[in-house]
Design a protein around this ligand. Structure first.
Ligand SMILES: Cc1cc2nc3c(=O)[nH]c(=O)nc-3n(C[C@H](O)[C@H](O)[C@H](O)COP(=O)(O)OP(=O)(O)OC[C@H]3O[C@@H](n4cnc5c(N)ncnc54)[C@H](O)[C@@H]3O)c2cc1C
Length: 365
């Protein structure tokens, strides 16, 4: 059994990496264990949208601070602040857009409503059937495929040992902490942080804790490179579309359309009808997209609990064990909430409140 770490972090997604980095900054010795490669989970396959317009009102303070973290990472993660528009095409969509964006503006997001003519001047390629639009100058994106490389480098610079290709197979409480067993080795530490995304439930169960974690199978589609068609992040009032054109000309389309599969089975499978629905909406919004060829669609698992707020705090009934995950929009918010979690474990007062994993949850609908 090897063990000179102060804490073992299980899961090398954005949340686990950001927490480990904060713990090291604060003087602890973390050790990170990842089943595959750092950033191979949701953190490395997501759509990369950093949009305040699609964040939950209750998480806006976290998203605003998360944005600042991404900005500080800069070109190493492909960060771009392009601004973003969210569009409505019917009166009922316009009502929805106004109601939702007003609440987000009250929560601190600098969202304004713009006239269709202003939108058309800024983004001439979009459909002329827009009846209402909102704009947020802070919106932008980053390149999620760079997540692993970026955080692996940061962990190395911080001197944090990282064990990749090391799925945790067993967790045990010992007299003075935890034994964390992988196929190759067993690691011991007085503290434990579970940050395993959509795979949290079986890990917590190894310590007899039942976390109500569920997974959505989100789909993303990328096109071939095309001439410039849009310059900002484009969304739809219903939340069923996010679209941006990357610097190389390819267009990334998402919006939470569901694929098939479970985290235990592997990466999941894109469904033709889901991809077709997503692309039909995208081509309605951006008609020229209809002439651009699709290169690939893929899926990833996004974890959530029944109230759709994060799990971030002490693991119920297990002293010195912690859990961090299930953050809606966790690519945007991840770097910041990881720091908060690190502060909590270091015994510091976090700048914003965490989300008690032991709170009561509603029955899933
Ligand atoms: C397709 C898709 C699109 C998305 N688009 C956006 C977006 O545009 N903007 C946005 O803000 N958010 C987006 N999200 C959400 C965001 O990606 C996630 O909220 C965030 O990446 C979750 O980070 P995480 O560290 O909790 O989980 P993950 O990144 O999944 O990391 C968990 C890690 O734990 C590891 N692990 C699991 N089991 C074990 C084990 N037994 N032992 C060791 N390691 C283990 C996994 O291999 C994985 O690397 C999207 C999600 C998906 C799936």
């Amino acid at each position: 059994m090897t063990g000179d770490a102060d804490i073992v972090v299980v899961g090398g997604g954005i949340l686990g990496c950001a927490a480990a980095l904060r713990l090291a900054e604060g003087g602890m010795k973390p050790l990170l264990i990842e089943a595959g490669d750092v950033g191979q989970g949701a953190s490395g396959v997501n759509a990369g949208t950093l949009s305040l317009q699609i964040k939950r009102v209750g998480l806006m303070d976290y998203a605003l601070r998360g944005h600042r973290e991404w900005e500080s990472y800069g070109p190493a993660v492909g960060f771009r602040r392009t601004g973003g528009y969210t569009l409505a095409f019917t009166d009922s969509e316009a009502d929805l857009l106004h109601a939702r964006q007003r609440l987000k503006r009250e929560a601190g997001a600098p969202i304004e409503f713009v006239a269709p003519a202003t939108l058309a001047a800024a983004e001439p390629g979009l459909s002329d059937r827009v009846v209402a639009a909102s704009f947020c100058p802070l919106d932008g994106d980053a390149n999620s495929s760079l997540t692993g490389r970026f955080f692996r480098g940061r962990l190395r610079e911080a001197g944090i040992p990282v064990h990749e290709s090391a799925p945790v197979r067993a967790l045990r409480r010992t007299g003075d902490g935890f034994a964390v067993e992988t196929s190759g080795a067993t690691f011991a530490a007085p503290r434990l942080l579970l940050a395993a995304g959509a795979w949290l439930k079986p890990l917590a169960a190894m310590l007899d804790v039942d976390l109500p974690v569920h997974a959505r199978v989100n789909t993303v589609t990328v096109t071939e490179r095309s001439a410039p068609l849009i310059g900002s992040v484009i969304g739809h009032a219903t939340g069923l579309l996010t679209m941006k054109q990357k610097a190389n000309g390819s267009i990334l389309v998402g919006g939470g359309w569901q694929g098939r599969g479970t985290p235990q089975e592997g990466r999941g499978e894109a469904l033709a009808e889901s991809v077709a629905g997503n692309l039909a909406l995208a081509s309605f919004v951006l008609p020229a997209l209809g002439a651009v060829r699709i290169v690939r669609s893929w899926t990833g698992f996004e974890a959530h609990v029944p109230d759709f707020y994060p799990l971030a705090g002490a693991l119920p009934c297990v002293p010195n064990a912690f859990v961090l995950g299930c953050v809606r929009g966790g690519y945007t918010i991840g770097p910041y909430i990881g720091r908060l979690m690190g502060d909590f474990i270091l015994g510091r007062e976090p700048e914003l409140p965490l989300f008690d994993p032991g709170r009561p949850f509603p029955e899933p609908s």
